[in-house]
Design a protein around this ligand. Structure first.
Ligand code: 4AD
Ligand code: MG
Length: 478
């Protein structure tokens, strides 16, 4: 193991008078004397003091922003503000030069768009360092939450032959010649000759396989990448995103909501505790960004307050029908301020409606339940009213839908009937239907969009800035 000390650990010590080796990348070099060194372990830089005349000019010239260096020296109390200790350089080695005339990341503020175009280097900025450390913590916290509760982490396939959501927005996986694929007698592409002997695609959700696991292991969760070929160029959609999908036997919708709310609170609390510096930095970044906006568009709470508020309050639970009444009667609707006016019962909510409920009406996270069956997937449990299903969506401030889930239809006849109505092929999903034939029971689950969670916790505004290498329409660089 390398003998170097990570900067995060060093900045936590109060001790001085011992020697360390640190390695990292130069952020700035002031007055030929003070190096701000960052190694990604924390947002805070370590100050390295280079005594005048201790190194030759040739070396000093190579200490440029972005250069990788190794420094050995004594840890001494810092006279400067903001840090307790600094390092007095005894030896300094340039590990990798960085030409300041061509290096894109300068010690100044870059726009997020510019950094998106330079996503291979954006980890080296304060903002993205913080975002990806928070993302890491949230991911770890997700596992910890489920592991503490005895859930089994189940790896569901990335390549499948099903479209779990039945929305037809899948990416095809094939090894057939794209120009001249083999055709059947009737002129269609002959997928029998394809690699898997049938048409396959990248998964849009691991839920259906997750349900198979839950029907034996009781409580499972998946956490993996999912793929959707929806052509939505928004700040909330990716073509490749990570989803957490727990599935629990013997759970009804209320149990499901309780678990989802507990999960969200747990992982947010975890990040607040373990990434205090990063979140503090992101809070200030957001305040700075919001200064550009008109007063009425600024948030009432800063990022820290918003996260804390989420922990301290029960999420508001109400039915879709109740929400439609609120929206229909709202001044916003009456004054035609919605782009899509709420006319009546049955239509899907747009993100503007979700955000109105959360940000203007309830001013806290909201769980909507019992949606019209027409706007939800085939597998949701049908209510006795014949119109609605046991669905739940969790809506978050600034985000809109962050979780989508439901109690599942465990009654074979009802499920088959709904699949037939919706044109979902029952023969192809024979294995899914088998769980309803053999030992079916009440069960439920949900999907948490991981990037939407990271958006919320970091206060970033665009989902492309919370995943290292975003995939979106016309975007697959890096
Ligand atoms: O609501 P969705 O489509 O639900 C499902 O896929 C279910 N199979 C989940 C389940 O019950 N196991 O997606 C779940 C969540 C959404 O609430 C949203 O947070 C996120 O996934 N999501 C996306 N995130 C980023 N980009 C996209 N294109 C997304 N589509 C959905
Ligand atoms: Mg949904």
């Amino acid at each position: 193991m390398s003998q170097r000390t990570k900067i995060k650990a060093l900045l936590q010590t109060e001790d001085t008078g011992f020697e360390v080796t640190v390695k990292g990348w130069v952020r700035t070099f002031r007055n030929n004397q003070f190096i701000a060194l960052n190694d990604g372990s924390t947002n805070n830089n370590l100050q390295i003091v280079v005594a005048l005349d201790s190194f030759d000019d040739e070396t000093l010239k190579r200490i440029t922003t972005g250069a990788a260096i190794s420094v050995t020296g004594e840890v001494v109390p810092s006279l400067g503000k903001g840090q307790k200790v600094e390092v007095k350089a005894k030896t300094l080695e340039i590990l990798g030069d960085c030409d300041p005339t061509t290096y894109p990341i300068q010690p100044k503020k870059h726009s997020l768009e510019f950094l998106r175009d330079n996503a291979h280097l954006r980890f080296r900025t304060n903002t993205f360092g913080a975002v990806f450390r928070v993302r890491n913590s949230l991911s770890f916290a997700v596992h910890q939450f489920f592991q503490e509760r005895g859930f089994v982490y189940l790896h569901t396939p990335v390549i499948t032959a099903s479209d779990a959501e039945g929305a037809g927005e899948t990416f095809r996986v094939t090894t057939l010649d794209p120009i001249k694929p083999p055709l059947t007698e009737t002129g269609e592409v002959d997928f029998k000759q394809d690699f898997f002997g049938k048409a396959t695609n990248l998964t849009v959700s691991g839920q259906l396989e997750g349900e198979l696991g839950a029907m034996a292991l009781s409580d499972i969760y998946t956490f993996g990448p999912t793929f959707r070929a929806e052509n939505s160029n928004t700040t909330r959609h990716l073509a490749e995103f990570w989803m957490i999908e727990p599935e629990m036997a013997f759970y009804n919708l209320n149990d499901n909501m309780d678990l989802a709310e507990a999960l969200l609170k747990y992982v947010i609390a975890y990040a607040l505790k373990h990434n205090a510096d990063d979140i503090e930095f992101l809070k200030d970044r957001l305040l700075e960004e919001e200064k550009q906006k008109p007063q009425q568009d600024r948030s009432e709470l800063n990022l820290l307050e918003k996260l804390q508020f989420c922990l301290d309050n029960d999420f508001e639970r109400l039915t879709y029908t109740e929400a439609i009444d609120i929206l229909k009667e709202s001044n916003h609707n009456k004054k035609k301020k919605f782009q899509y006016l709420i006319e009546g019962w049955g239509t899907d909510l747009q993100s503007e409606h979700e955000r109105y409920l959360v940000e203007k009406h309830f001013k806290k996270p909201v769980i909507l339940t019992d949606y019209p069956k027409e706007i939800k997937a085939f597998y949701m449990r049908q209510n006795d009213d014949g119109k609605t299903v046991r669905a739940m969506d969790i809506l978050f401030p600034g985000i809109g839908e962050i979780v989508g889930g439901s109690q599942r239809e465990e009654r074979l006849d009802k499920l088959e009937q709904r699949m037939n109505e919706m044109g979902i092929p029952t023969e192809e999903l024979w294995w899914y239907l088998d769980t309803r034939r053999f030992g079916a029971c009440e069960h439920a689950g949900f999907g948490l969009g991981f990037e939407r969670l990271v958006l919320f916790v970091t206060g970033m505004g665009n989902i492309r800035d919370v995943i290292p290498f975003p995939r979106a329409p016309k975007t697959a660089e890096f």
